[in-house]
Design a binder for this molecule. Structure first.
Ligand SMILES: [Zn+2]
Length: 271
C-alpha cells in the first residue's frame, strides 16, 4: 500500500528565500500543480489525499470541488501556511468541510512542525500525518519517534516514510535529488519493513521552479521540478503498480487501522 499526500498551500516558499511573490501568483502556481497532479492520478486510476490550507480553499473553492469530484480526500494543512494558532485547527476543519461537503478527519502541520496532540484531538481530527521520523538539520530531530503508525493522545499518527536503518527520508526532496532507481530501491526496502509507504509532495513541485532570479530557490529544490517532476512521479507510480503495490488515500488507511484496533480494544474511541 502506498499513501500519496499532496500539501495544497499558498506557494509562500520564495518568501523564505527573500523573493516577493504576489498572493495571486502563489495561488495560481499551486493550482497549476494541482491540476497536473489530478491528471496524473486520473490516468493511473488511483486515489490520494490533498492536505489543503483553508486560505487556499477559500480562494480556490472550485479546485477543492474538483478534487472531491474526482474521488480524492480533503484533509487539513492548517488555516494559513505561515501563521499558526491552536484555534486554526478547528477553524480550518470547518472551512474545508463547508467548501468540500466532506468530513475532514486528517491533519498535516505546515513544514511538519510539532503540534499539540491534545489540541488536534479537541479539534476533531482522528489522524495526524505531521511527523518526519528522521533528522533534518536546522528543522527537527525525530529519531526518537516511531517510524510507523502509532497513537498519541488518542490520535493516530502516520509518519512519513524513511529508509530502514539510517532512516533516510523518502520525502519530496528525495524525489528531486536521487536517481529514480535509488528511490525505487529505498521505497521497496521501506515497504518491505513497514508494510506501507507514506509519501508527501506539494503541487508547486509539479511546476517549473528553475528561475532562480524569480523564486530564489536553491538547486536542490528546483532540480527536476515541473515537467521533469511530473514524469518522475508518473514513472514511479507505474513502476509501483507493476510491482503490485496499491495506492490509497490516507484517511481510508487510517480508518482501516482504527477499525481493527477498536475491534481488538487497542483503541477506545472518543465519546
Ligand atoms: Zn506545507
Amino acid at each position: 500500500m502506498i499513501l500519496l499526500g499532496f500539501d495544497v498551500e499558498e506557494f509562500d516558499l520564495p518568501l523564505e528565500y527573500g523573493r516577493s511573490i504576489s498572493f495571486d501568483e502563489q495561488l495560481s502556481i499551486s493550482t497549476n500543480g494541482t491540476n497536473s497532479i489530478l491528471e496524473l492520478l486520473r490516468s493511473a486510476n488511483i486515489k490520494a489525499t490533498f492536505f489543503c490550507t483553508a486560505n487556499y480553499a477559500l480562494h480556490k473553492p472550485d479546485i477543492i470541488t474538483k478534487i472531491v469530484n474526482e474521488g480524492h480526500e480533503i484533509a487539513s494543512h492548517g488555516y494559513y501556511h505561515s501563521d499558526f494558532k491552536p484555534e486554526h485547527l478547528k477553524q480550518s476543519k470547518e472551512v474545508l468541510e463547508d467548501i468540500s461537503g466532506t468530513e475532514v478527519t486528517g491533519f498535516r502541520m505546515a513544514r511538519m512542525m510539532p503540534v499539540d496532540e491534545a489540541e488536534i484531538k479537541m479539534a476533531g481530527y482522528t489522524y495526524n500525518s505531521s511527523i518526519n521520523p528522521t533528522w533534518l538539520p536546522g528543522r527537527y530531530n525525530n529519531f526518537d519517534k516511531p517510524r510507523t503508525w502509532f497513537y498519541e493522545d488518542g490520535v493516530l499518527q502516520i509518519p512519513a516514510s524513511v529508509s530502514p536503518l539510517v532512516r533516510f527520508p523518502l520525502f519530496w526532496l528525495s524525489f528531486h535529488n536521487l536517481s529514480l532507481p535509488l528511490i525505487k530501491w529505498i521505497s521497496l526496502a521501506a515497504h518491505r519493513k513497514d508494510g506501507y509507504l507514506n509519501l508527501y509532495f506539494h503541487p508547486w513541485e509539479f511546476t517549473d521552479l528553475h528561475d532562480k532570479e524569480k523564486y530564489g530557490l536553491p538547486g536542490y529544490i528546483a532540480r527536476n521540478s515541473g515537467e521533469l517532476f511530473i514524469s518522475r512521479i508518473k514513472n514511479f507510480i507505474e513502476w509501483a503498480q507493476s510491482k503490485g503495490l496499491e495506492f490509497s488515500g490516507t484517511g481510508d488507511f487510517a480508518s482501516s487501522i482504527m477499525e481493527k484496533d477498536t475491534a481488538t480494544k487497542k483503541l477506545i474511541p472518543a465519546q
